[in-house]
Design a protein around this ligand. Structure first.
Ligand code: 0RQ
Length: 496
């Protein structure tokens, strides 16, 4: 343990998870480390949930980097202990309570959550619970497999509880590059001019005065299982690569493309797998999540470097990665999410942002968060941080959902996360629509022709043509029909 707790003071702070959980009281705001189910605390949240299950009344506001594991979201939700949650989740148990109105949820651009904290818009953090590899001799914390909002949670917290996770090898030390922003005015430029640039320190500043307890655990992250790319995902990936090929042909992209960002999930993973067998080389990533496919691209030498805020491979791939951490040390840079997702850097580097939609409309507006306009799925996550500032922003979705009963291309989206102004390329398994430089009417024809499923094409074209006859001709709509596809699905179980 001496290589993890590098001073006697650190040893003197060793506590059980149950003792550490006692620092959390009703009404507090708790910030946890973790981004995707990676690098999040496990033992202390479980001990806290146990207090709730045993009858103590404790309700907290819970802030994280992004999604965390079930030890936090499932357990604390089931114990009835979460009052408010932000800025992102992917957990079905908390989703259910959010949509029943039992938990308040604040869906935020991930790069902005610490800004809200630093400006004093959000509550101050009473207790931060942070997973670490080690505590330095000065009481600073070496992070594990994600950084997320932890450096700013620590800075804004009254007390910090550290979970030292022995399951994470010390060979990860050195991957982190911790640099956080001061408040405006007079901010300096963030000096990242290529994805591999390092500008910070390998640990998160804390100091012993803030550390209330150190808990030692060896619990594994419960990262998400990734399904093998199915036919639809492969076709989406092929269509994105066809788009890249055209860009190379026109001389707008070279063989290394531009730094890539890719969202989470099986489709995102499949898209990058498509690059493994492609002509592209010396790829770089400026992204927020590294999944299995990106690790394979780095292993094979197709990709040179990945800047991210989280390592979130599937369970088997995580084990393999942890064994090979030394190999990846000079190829992966772990940054706080306010830097990994920072619009200034994304615009400077000219990132190609690839994110996922629930639905898109014929004019190119995208809904990534709400099913049928009101049911929260996960949240906007980092998709807006990247797409709003990207050199090229690509959104993909299967053209239908729920066994073909729902068209993912609709006359008007039931909720807007990404507007027509930042959606540059729309991709389904049917094809891609390059929307750059097109007027709304040109976009509509291209989206219907290239992206809609054949079962819905005629219906969509009929809507568009009738709208062109009855409304103003810039963005033609029939307002009392625009959302009728959604109402029809709610009433009959099908948009057909
Ligand atoms: O519902 O689970 O009840 O069957 O939506 O859809 O097809 O399983 O796709 O898991 O990749 O999620 C956009 C939600 C896609 C995700 C979204 C239903 C469908 C299913 C999930 P069921 P799939 P995925 C990086 C960047 C926003 C955040 C983001 C997401 C469920 O990718 O949260 O990009 N993105 N962050 O049946 C009704 C439709 C539907 C539909 C799908 N048109 N209408 N329901 N579904 N399309 C991450 C971070 O920032 C950390």
């Amino acid at each position: 343990l001496k290589d993890r707790l590098r001073s006697d003071r650190a040893f003197s702070l060793l506590r059980s998870a149950e003792e550490a959980a006692q620092f959390i009281q009703d009404g507090m705001t708790v910030g946890v480390s973790g981004f995707t189910p990676s690098g999040y605390p496990k033992a202390v949240p479980l001990a806290l949930a146990e207090r709730g299950r045993c009858g103590e009344t404790i309700k907290i506001d819970l802030y994280s980097g992004a999604s965390v594991g079930p030890e936090i979201d499932t357990e604390l939700t089931e114990a009835g202990m979460i009052k408010k949650r932000l800025p992102y989740h992917t957990n079905s148990v908390i989703r259910d309570k959010i949509n029943r109105g039992e938990i308040d949820y604040v869906d935020l651009h991930l790069s902005q959550s610490t800004q809200y904290l630093n400006y004093g818009v959000l509550n101050k953090i009473d207790v931060a619970i942070v997973e670490g590899l080690a505590v330095t001799g000065e009481g600073h914390i070496v992070p594990t497999t994600s950084i997320g909002n932890s450096p700013s949670f620590i800075k804004n917290a009254d007390k910090v509880i550290v979970e030292i996770n022995l399951d994470k090898p010390l060979s990860l030390e050195g991957m982190a590059d911790i640099f956080i922003l001061d408040n405006p005015p007079c901010r300096k430029p963030i000096n990242i001019c290529s994805p591999g640039d390092r500008i910070g320190k390998p640990y998160m500043e804390c100091g012993f005065d803030k550390i209330a307890a150190i808990v030692v655990t060896d619990m594994k992250d419960q990262t998400r299982f990734l399904s093998k790319p199915d036919e639809i995902s492969k076709k989406i990936s092929d269509n994105i690569i066809k788009f890249f090929e055209k860009e190379v042909e026109y001389g707008r992209l070279g063989k290394s493309l531009l730094p890539l960002q890719s969202g989470v999930g099986s489709v995102a993973n499949a898209v990058l797998y498509g690059l493994c067998d492609s002509q592209y080389e010396d790829l770089t990533f400026y992204t927020e999540v590294v999944q299995d496919s990106m690790l394979d691209l780095l292993r094979s030498g197709k990709a040179a470097v990945a800047s991210t805020t989280a390592l979130s491979p599937s369970p088997d791939a995580l084990e393999r990665f942890l064994d090979e951490a030394e190999f990846f040390k000079d190829k992966i840079i772990l940054r706080p999410q306010e830097i990994s997702n920072n619009p200034e850097v994304i615009r400077r580097l000219g990132v190609i942002a690839m994110n996922t939609a629930i639905e898109a409309d014929i004019y190119g507006n995208v809904n990534s968060t709400h099913v049928m306009g009101s049911k929260m799925m996960n949240g906007i996550g980092g998709s807006g941080d990247f797409s709003r500032s990207a050199a090229i922003s690509i959104f993909s979705t299967p053209s239908t959902a729920k066994g073909g009963k729902i068209s993912s291309i609709v006359p008007m989206v039931s909720h807007v996360d990404h507007t027509e102004h930042e959606v540059m390329v729309l991709v389904t398994e049917q094809g891609y629509a390059d929307l750059r430089g097109l007027s709304p009417k040109e976009k509509a024809v291209k989206i219907i022709e290239n992206c809609a499923h054949p079962d819905f094409k005629e219906q969509l074209m009929s809507y568009f043509e009738r709208a062109c006859r009855v409304s103003a001709l810039h963005t033609p709509h029939i307002l009392n029909e625009a959302l009728s596809w959604h109402s029809k699905y709610i009433d009959t179980g099908s948009m057909l």
